[in-house]
Design a protein around this ligand. Structure first.
Ligand SMILES: Nc1ncnc2c1ncn2[C@@H]1O[C@H](COP(=O)(O)OP(=O)(O)OP(=O)(O)O)[C@@H](O)[C@H]1O
Ligand SMILES: Nc1ncnc2c1ncn2[C@@H]1O[C@H](COP(=O)(O)OP(=O)(O)OP(=O)(O)O)[C@@H](O)[C@H]1O
Ligand SMILES: [Mg+2]
Ligand SMILES: [Mg+2]
Lengths: 255, 255
């Protein structure tokens, strides 16, 4: 039974793409077979995994419009058990084009129901609560929320939780928050520990004990088209994502 | 003659809101009268200037829908010559609601044409190239692009430039890129200087010589509802924004 996880947060630059790429890679290193869906017109997950946009003939936009899934949409990555359905700039038009289409919130769900060769499907959402992110949440079993340890990021958490609740109430009653992961944590910065304390008080064990530190190797890796686990497996960033993967898999097994 | 500037970049978390708030404040400290338009449903510019969302009766969403401007939409901030038209979560619905409305790209332009008591109007755009950002670009004389010194941020620059060109070609022939400002620059991080070198090579004098350093005081200031220039005027972040304001004003005077 494929478990579908949305990586979502409407606040920009909090580590959604970085978490999708590196958590997926870490789960593959522990034996899972994972498919990433790049649902962001910026296509950062696609280029962060080394797939050049000029090589892409079939992408998630064509699929959302045609709804006819075929394995031609699946692209291999440098990790044997990690595949991706890539995005291109075409996707930018989807927000407007989907508005007047029947079942506009369920297009992605209908597609992902046809794919079952993976342990997990991970959806990298864009920084907005528009129709693309809504499609991602409607198609998912659960949501992992990357939360940057900064004031503006913390502010946006409650409206994200409200959106998740309203999707649960209307289109996807099974949708759960699988967990919140603190990202870009800087030990030298008081703000990081204040945000951590605040979030653990309000959300308790919904917050993963693993924290992703701010680590320059993480931000260098995408320019080499590689996950940080391949670029520098010994760095603190890689170790943190491996720990996070262990926590996520333990959760999934315990369910 | 009010000059309208959009602060735009579809990449998330690159410093759009931080630049809108602090550049505007710095320009006020040099004698300008500035109005900020918060065009992001996250309303970070509104809370970053200390305006609580429960105090807001009239916001930019009501204005985009009704198009009847009145000074009731203008909210004062702690800086005497800096005002704001705030945003609330209502704005999240605008992307979908605007799609089937006449002149959907020009709603904001029609509103801002009715306001002329300011030297500058600065529009804080959301992290997307959807109808809200398009309204911001159509309404503006020029665009300032905050660019985080990271790989993913650099990648997105070309599609932003393409979008600006297509707006210039269809709805707003005067639209110019006023400048690109490098943000969150970290001297210890090789990536920052690589991005700087790359951008200056490609864009030449479109890139401001002032660089905004990564500075923890900048990220602490919004939790106090203040611009960094008020929170800690002597820090490197404040000094950088004052330098940037001088460059921007020199540009405007030279035009
Ligand atoms: N733990 C980390 N340490 C250092 N840099 C990081 C870390 N996590 C992410 N980054 C960098 O921060 C930037 C933002 O991260 P990322 O692009 O993954 O966020 P996002 O939420 O996907 O952004 P968007 O909202 O634009 O989709 C990127 O340049 C990334 O390389
Ligand atoms: N120069 C800087 N030094 C340190 N922190 C910064 C700097 N500029 C911005 N920040 C912090 O980085 C985060 C992202 O900045 P900001 O929210 O302004 O970006 P944005 O582009 O407006 O994001 P969004 O795409 O979500 O609208 C914020 O928490 C902000 O406080
Ligand atoms: Mg992303
Ligand atoms: Mg912002």
């Amino acid at each position: 039974m494929t478990k579908i996880i949305a990586i979502a947060n409407q606040k920009g630059g909090v580590g959604k793409t970085t978490t999708a790429i590196n958590l997926a890679t870490a789960m593959c290193s522990i034996g899972k077979k994972v498919l990433i869906i790049d649902l962001d017109p910026q296509s950062n997950a696609t280029t962060g995994l080394g797939i050049a946009s000029d090589k892409i003939k079939k992408n998630i936009y064509n699929l959302m419009v045609s709804e006819k899934y075929s394995s031609k949409y699946i692209y291999k990555t440098i990790i044997p058990t990690l595949d991706i359905i890539p995005a291109t700039m075409d996707l930018a038009g989807a927000e407007v084009e989907l508005v007047n289409i029947q079942d506009r919130e369920k297009r992605l769900k209908k597609i992902l129901n046809q794919i079952n060769e993976y342990d997990n499907i991970m959806i990298d959402c864009p920084p907005a609560l528009g129709l693309l992110t809504i499609n991602g949440l409607v198609a998912s079993d659960s949501v992992i929320i990357p939360l940057q340890c900064e004031f503006f990021a913390l502010e946006g958490l409650s409206s994200l939780m409200q959106t998740i609740d309203s999707i649960k109430g209307s289109y996807n009653e099974h949708l759960e928050v699988q967990g919140v992961v603190l990202t870009m944590y800087d030990k030298r910065n008081l703000l990081s520990s204040l945000v951590e304390k605040d979030v653990r008080e309000h959300l308790g064990n919904k917050v993963y004990s693993t924290i992703i530190p701010r680590n320059v190797r993480i931000s260098e890796a995408p320019s080499h088209g590689k996950p940080v686990l391949i670029y520098d497996v010994g760095c603190t960033g890689s170790k943190a994502y491996i720990e996070l993967a262990k926590e996520v898999i333990k959760q999934q097994n315990g369910e």
